[in-house]
Every structure is written in C-alpha cells, then in structure tokens.
Design a protein around this ligand. Structure first.
Ligand SMILES: [Zn+2]
Length: 715
C-alpha cells in the first residue's frame, strides 16, 4: 500500500513535513510517515502559483534550491533533494545508481498498463516535441505542450488521480497539423500506414469524450467500462471472477496473489493470462530491468540483499507468483540494510477488480534520525493492537516485525513517478504481513519538498476552509506534527493491524477492498493519535496536538478534498473515498450530540469539531465495524457502508468548495522531477557519483522517452 498525501487544507500545504526541520536542526520525534505506506496519495490541496506571489515586503531567506519549478492544469511540479548523499560510500552510491537505472526501465510498462494506446499517444507527442517545424510560440502550441505535460504526468491520457480522460485544449485540426508538421519517421506508424490514416486512428482516441472515458470505472460492467489495459477481448466481470475463483484454493493459508502480474485475454472464446515476464508480455522492459538489477547485485551491501534481489530476478524471468512471495518474505525481513528498493508489479489500485498490479519502483536509503521516531511507534505495536477498540477475535495475538523507518528517496519510477506516495507499507499479501510483518516507510525528503514548495507560496487553503482563527492557530501550531504522526500510525500500525478470520478470503471485499483498507488504517491512526500513550512515548508533543489533525481530517473529508473532484462526478479514488466515508459517518452518528457541527456563514460552509473526545469514540466505533467487515469478509456490509458514505457528493457543496478553492489559485496535485545521479569518471573509471537537480519537467520526460523506452507502441 502506498501512503498518499492527504490533501488537507493546512497551512499552505504542509502536511507532512516532518523532516523539515530535519537535516541538521531536527524536529524531535513527532513526525513521520511510511514509505510503503501510503505513499502516494499525496495530492495535497496545496500548491500554489508562483505568479501570485505578491510578497516582496518580507524578504524570505533566499534558498538556493527552488522546490516549486512548474505549474500547469491542476498540477504543480517540484524537485526534491537527496540530503546526506555525500555520506554514502562509493559502493553504496554505485548500488543506488544501478537500482535507479532499473527503476527507470519500467516506465513504458506502466503507460501500457494504464491504457492500451498510451504509448502511441506519448510517442506521438515526443515526435512532435522533437521535430515539429511550425511556430512554437503560438497559444495553440503552448496548449499542446500543456497536454504533453499532462500525459507525461499521468503516464497516459487519463487523470492520474481522478482516472477520467483529459483533453488537449486545441482543435482536432490543429492537433493533426502539428503531427503532419513533424518528422513522420518518428511517429509510431504501422507498416504501410500513412500519416493521414494514423491521424484518423488517433483523433478519436484523444478527443472523443465517450471513448475510453474512464481508466477505472465503477459503472457496470466495471471491466467493460474501464479503459485500463488489464483485460483484453470481450471479457466481463463475471468472466474474471469465474477464471480466478477456479484457481483459488479455499482455506489456503498462504494464498498466491493470483492475477497480479498478467493481462487476462479472451481470444476465440478462450480466456488465458498473458504473463509479465522475460519471454512474455513486457519482456523487453523486464529484460532491461533485470540487467540493472544484476549489476546492482555485484555491489550490494550484503548477502541478504543479493539473495532477495536474485529471487526478484527469478520471478521477473519466470513470472511465477510463488517466487514473488518468496522474494517478499525475504525482502520484508531485511531491516539491516542501509539501502533499500521497491521494484515490481505491486499496487492493485488501478484494477477495477483490485487484483492486477501496476509496475512501480523506488530507490532509497535510511534517514537515520527520522527513523528513531517511527521506531518508537513500531516497537509498541503489540500494545496498540492489544488496546484497540476492535473485537478481540479480530486482533493479532502477535504483531510481528512492524518495521518502521524513514527514508530518503533517490529515484522514483513507474507508478511512483512523477506523483509519488509519501509513505509505503509493503508487502501487500495479508499472509506475509501476518507471518513475517511488513515494512512501513515514510519518505522524509518528499514530505520536506512538499512543505518547502508550499512555503514558496503565500495563499492558504487552511484560512479559507477553517471556521475560526482559533482553528487556524491550532492547525498551524500542531498540524504538521500531528499529521506526520497520523501518517506514521496509519502506515506503521494501521495496515498491519488485525487479522482475517479463518476461511475468510483476502479478496472477499472485492471492489470495496481498497477503500475499506485505507479507512481501517486511517481510523487506527485517528483513534490512537488522541491516546495519552502518544504523549507518554514522546511521539506527540502534548494532549492538545491531536485536535489539529481531527479538525483537518473532518474539514478535508467533509469538504475541502472535493476541490479535487470534477463537478458532477462522484468520489472514486479509494483514499478520498475513505476520508469521506469516515467523516460523513462520524458527522451523521454524532449529529444528535452535535459532535461535528455544520455552519453556513456568508454563503460559506464550515464543519467544526465541537467534541473531540466524542469524535475519538466514533472513530473507535467505526474502526471496530470496519475491522469486523474485513475480518469476516462481509462484502454486503462493506458495499453498503462505502456506497452510503463514500461516493455521492452534495452538488451544492461541491460547487461551493470548487469556487472557494479555485479562487485561491492553488494546484491540487503535486509531482516531482527526479534528481539525476551521474557517474564521475577519471581515466575510464567511475570514482564517484554526483547528484544533479534538473528543473525542466518536459526535458526529463523526453530524456526518459529516449533512453528508457523498451516497448513498441502498438495500435
Ligand atoms: Zn494506506
């Protein structure tokens, strides 16, 4: 699971800053998150447009390093730094370099998984940017460039977060004109295909509002209506269920993640899996990844790394999911290595069936100072499990191996790039988590970058959506710390808590599993954030601090996150659904006692937490219920609670939130440019690796398109 940024309306956007004081001056142990946690969701409602800086009066201490480097559409592009790079040895740097190359080699895979013609669109865009001979200064071409950036950002033609198709703000005629004005030899033409024929094929793919309109659809039939490329041919939801139901063995204590690394194809009435492996689907890219992993293994830090990396290579070679499990079992137990990585088909969020995984990669090394704090939480995992408000039947008797660390990322790839999680919690297989534990990671240098980028901008969503100055002050004082700790709890403990009853299938909650799983982890964190134990452990500064997170959470879940949903649309993304579910449920259950109050003043709506203790009680109640749903695999109850609270939006409120948010001129989603790790040679020998920080988003993607593209764009 990944930890995404929550998009709260905080001080400018700094939710997780955590490390921000880190580096040298450090903050104390109140902030962190998890790497494998929920990295990504980060779409903090925070960005801001440099154009609007009306500052000037108070000269800020000038930072050499600029975090916020570009903005377009609803996106902002930032850079992140790699602190402490120079403290690594040459061998460690080499290891990170090779792993980083491997992390860049799967970019095409993700694009193709997201939608079958994404590579065609992207390669067409690359051809135009490379070779178009016409006017590049006109508004039309600038709009074309914006479309190009959006495709790069989303790894395809569907919004990375909302999952709906977005469109170029140019005419079909102009789109055709730039293609015709470019070097035809660079276009992904079929043999014998003319440019005109190609344009006739491509135009509806890009422009038709009804065609391929959702990457992942929740409308029946979810397979037929989803453009995602995990299924091919005339396949329906029932076919998929029947195909995999046959494979699953009931009562298997160590179930294989069936379907994880393949496309399901129906051909001539027969259904089969096209498996991602060296001599299968995506073989060219997988071969390149393996090549770099092999090089990495030559300079690995220890045999543990070499051993599991070899298992990963074996898995990529054969596609055997048993080997994938073996790899994960070995990988999750490595808590000693300074350097670590994720590389594989991991997260199933993009599959309407929640089964097939997109490719992603992250390379990182430990942030030692920040890790101390998360360790405190991890070391007390059993205490938290024992005291949680869920039915004892659903608790883990033994919480194993909750490993919580904070990391510095060096390269993001696949589904983690350019929009990464800020935390991660892996592996995903429930039985491995139960028997061997999980790694929870908070990515401190990304959180820092989010916060620093927010500091580069003066507008604040917090002031707009918080009801009172007291609330603003509370959130400013404690918001970042409380948020980091909440993320830590979510990642380090939340996802790892609880157990399934014997006989409950891990996939029993089907299309509602992601939302319910995120809700479970969030609730675990919310419940404990207010526990005196947190202050006792020195993780929270005092007994008031949690209130900042409670206010922010409710404000965001009831209201401000709607800024990221298009008018007229439902909430579809699972982390957003989870926050809406929790907030709406608590609002309704606490209505009589006025736990959360809705106020409308001057046409502006506010949600105010009146009774923090009661709210904590409601969080505990809902945690118990959602844990029950998961433990028992109660699909009907899971479906009911998600459909009642998590999906439908009050259109009036939605419109109001969009207007208020838009007036702030903030960009809701953030992503990054990777630093470049560059070998330094002397007399033909690599003597060092230096880090460069490019600032041109398009240039990086063009470079990646040129150097790390291994798959043919087919149509
Ligand atoms: Zn999560």
């Amino acid at each position: 699971m990944v930890f995404k940024r929550k998009n709260k309306t905080k001080i400018a956007m700094s939710l997780r800053f955590y490390i921000f004081a880190a580096r040298k001056s450090y903050l104390l142990p109140n902030k962190m998150k998890k790497l494998m946690i929920c990295i990504g969701m980060a779409a903090a409602l925070v960005g801001c447009s440099p154009k609007q800086e009306e500052v000037a009066e108070q000269p800020q201490p000038k930072e050499e390093f600029k975090y916020l480097v570009d903005e377009f559409a609803d996106l902002r592009i930032m850079r992140y730094q790699i602190p402490d790079w120079d403290q690594l040895t040459l061998q460690q740097k080499s290891y990170i370099y090779y792993l980083g190359e491997a992390a860049k080699c799967g970019r095409d895979i993700l694009a193709d998984q997201n939608f079958k013609y994404n590579l065609v669109v992207r390669k067409t865009i690359e051809a135009v940017l490379n070779s178009y001979q016409g006017d590049r200064d006109c508004a039309d071409f600038q709009n074309f460039v914006v479309y190009a950036k959006r495709v790069f950002f989303s790894n395809g033609i569907h919004h990375h977060y909302a999952e709906d198709k977005f469109f170029p703000e140019v005419s079909e005629a102009y789109f055709a004109e730039v293609i015709k004005g470019s070097d035809a030899s660079q276009l992904p033409l079929n043999e014998g295909e003319t440019v005109d024929q190609f344009i006739a094929f491509l135009t509806p793919v890009v422009f038709d509002k009804e065609l391929y309109k959702m990457r992942r659809s929740s409308e029946d039939d979810i397979i037929v209506n989803s453009a995602v490329n995990f299924y091919e041919g005339d396949i329906r939801k029932a076919d998929v269920e029947a195909f995999y139901d046959k494979m699953r063995e009931p009562n298997d204590a160590t179930p294989i993640s069936y379907g994880l690394n393949s496309k399901l194809v129906k051909e001539d009435g027969k259904i089969y899996e096209d498996v991602y492996k060296v001599d299968g689907l995506y073989g060219e890219a997988i071969t390149a990844i393996i090549g770099w992993l092999q090089k990495a293994n030559e300079v690995a830090e220890n045999d543990i790394q070499r051993d599991y990396t070899q298992k990963l290579i074996d898995y990529y070679t054969t596609g055997d999911l048993k080997t994938w499990d073996e790899y994960n079992v070995a990988w999750v137990q490595d808590s000693v290595s300074h350097i670590d990585f994720v590389n594989g088909f991991i997260e199933d969020y993009n599959d309407p069936m929640g089964m097939k995984a997109t490719w992603e990669a992250i390379v990182n090394f430990k942030d030692l100072e920040a890790t101390k704090r998360s360790n405190t939480i991890g070391e007390n995992a059993q205490w938290f499990e024992d005291h949680s408000p869920v039915d004892p039947r659903f608790k883990k008797e033994k919480c194993k191996g909750v490993s919580a660390k904070s990391i510095t990322v060096t390269t993001l790839g696949g589904d983690c790039f350019p929009s990464p999680p800020i935390g991660i919690n892996l592996p995903n297989a429930d039985w491995i988590r139960k028997d061997y534990g999980s790694k929870s990671v908070t990515i401190t240098n990304l959180m820092e970058a989010y916060d620093k980028a927010a500091d580069e901008c003066p507008r604040s969503a917090l002031k707009e959506f918080a009801y009172s100055q007291d609330e603003v002050d509370l959130c400013k004082k404690y918001g970042s710390d409380a948020d980091v700790v909440h993320t830590n709890l979510h990642e380090c403990l939340g996802h790892g808590s609880g157990k399934l009853l014997p006989g409950t299938q891990p996939g029993a909650l089907k299309e509602f599993s992601s939302t319910l799983e995120e809700a479970r982890a969030d609730l675990f964190g919310l419940y404990y954030l207010a526990d005196p134990k947190m202050v006792e452990l020195g993780v929270m500064p005092d007994a008031e601090a949690y209130k900042a997170e409670y206010c922010s959470y409710i404000r965001n879940g009831m209201m401000s996150q709607l800024a990221r949903v298009e008018l007229g649309k439902d909430v579809t993304e699972s982390h957003m659904q989870n926050r809406k579910l929790i907030s709406e449920w608590c609002y309704e259950k606490g209505r009589e006692a006025n736990v959360i109050e809705k106020k409308v003043e001057n046409g502006k709506t506010y949600f105010i937490v009146n009774d923090f203790e009661a709210l904590r009680g409601l969080f505990g109640e809902l945690l118990a219920e959602i844990q029950r749903i998961k433990s028992e695999g109660d699909y009907a109850a899971g479906k009911a609670i998600v459909e009642q609270y998590a999906v439908k939006v009050d259109p009036e409120l939605h419109k109001e939130v969009k207007e208020r948010y838009n007036a702030l001129g903030l960009k809701p989603y953030g992503g990054f440019i990777n630093p470049e790790i560059v070998p330094v040679e002397e007399n033909g020998k690599v003597v060092d690796y230096k880090v460069e920080y490019p600032s041109d988003f398009v240039a990086q993607h063009m470079k990646y398109g040129k150097e790390y593209s291994f798959l043919k764009a087919k149509h």
